[in-house]
Write a protein of this length. Structure first.
Length: 353
């Protein structure tokens, strides 16, 4: 079968590789209908490997060496392993991509994204940018009939966005600020609006991203290249600050700005990854009893079904979609476009084209 194989920075090849083979106990084999790529994929392509175990065996997946990329994909079941219930050949499914053991302290507590033995398809072992893929069945969810393949391919990243929103615990009447409206930030905006939050404020420095944010449901947008975002948020909230601020940009100044624009007793959620440690005014945090938390990946059982429900009943996927490309154009029109910031939305891949 044809697949996108990662060999190192700047070296992703579309080549013929063996089929996954028969599924083991608890596994599914799926014909991949659509894949999607994100900033993590483009970062691995441009500057990696950061997460891919190219040279050292991954302690949880056991994989080492080149691998098939793709942690965001929807497929049709072609084979069902022993012990699997709830799925049959012909079903459309999305995979959460993050495999967990189900037995450690974190799994028993429902926090499968923090599993001691966690690994991710397409990053720590073979993924779904291929004609066919293997996935654990327990991280898969059936796709509703009224959810298109294009929309379902966005379920995994939307689940990540919804998990971050749940960590912020914003209520419908709260002022929610999202710093960074590209990629995962845009999905948070769409997820928040799709979940009934009416007071969503998007902050970015890119006019096209802010335009998308408005189309996704942001009530207000702030161009941080033209105005002080802290003062702008305070002006929008009667001087009090926002109830919840989610930092999704990874910009080094943004975590402190997030604290400064949060009201007394509010919450800050750190999602964007920082390249180096940053300074925070913890005296201010303590004096105003601001809660700082973070978010990692998603919980398949909770966030993936919720993502599919939103995708099935809203136009979020249509708003987010930039292009659908054949697998042969993955590097030129996909990974390079993301790395060079030429993408205006979500890029999907048709491995059958």
């Amino acid at each position: 079968m044809r697949a996108a194989m990662y060999y190192g920075p700047g070296d992703v090849r579309i080549e013929t590789v063996p089929e996954p083979g028969p599924p083991g106990p608890g596994e599914l084999v799926v014909e991949v209908l659509r894949g999607a790529i994100c900033g993590t994929d483009s970062s691995e392509y441009a500057h990696g490997p950061h997460m891919i175990p190219l040279h050292d065996r991954h302690p949880n997946s056991g994989h080492v060496g080149p691998l098939v990329l793709g942690h965001e994909f929807v497929g049709r079941v072609t084979a069902v392993g022993d012990g699997v219930t709830g799925f049959a050949v012909g079903d459309r499914v999305v995979t959460g991509a993050g495999a967990s053991c189900g037995e450690c302290d974190w799994c028993r507590d429902g926090r499968t994204n923090l599993c001691r033995h966690y690994y991710t398809l397409g990053l720590h072992t073979h993924g779904g940018l291929a004609a066919s893929a293997m996935t654990p069945a327990d991280i898969c969810v059936l796709v509703p009939d009224d959810c298109t393949d294009d929309a379902a391919a966005m379920a995994q990243p939307l689940a990540v966005a919804l998990h971050a929103l749940s960590r912020g615990r914003a209520r419908a009447s709260d002022d929610l600020v999202i710093i960074g409206a590209g990629g995962i930030g845009a999905l948070m905006i769409g997820g928040a609006a799709g979940g009934g939050l009416e007071h969503v404020v998007a902050i970015d420095v890119d006019a096209s991203r802010l335009d998308t944010a408005r189309r996704l449901g942001a009530a207000e947008t702030i161009d941080a290249s033209a105005t002080d975002p802290v003062e702008a948020v305070r002006a929008l909230t009667g001087g009090e600050g926002a109830h919840v601020v989610i930092e999704a940009s990874g910009a080094p100044t943004s975590p402190q700005q997030a604290i400064a624009m949060t009201r007394r007793g509010g919450r800050v959620v750190i999602v964007g990854l920082q390249a180096a440690p940053v300074a925070l005014d913890l005296f201010d945090v303590a004096m105003r009893e601001i809660e700082i938390t973070s978010s990692l990946a998603h919980v398949c059982a909770d966030d993936l079904p919720a993502a599919l429900e939103i995708l099935a009943r809203t136009d979020l996927a249509d708003t987010m979609l930039d292009r659908v490309i054949p697998l042969d154009r993955l590097v030129a029109d996909g990974l390079s476009a993301l790395a060079e910031r030429r993408a205006t939305g979500k890029i999907l891949v048709d491995p059958r084209a």
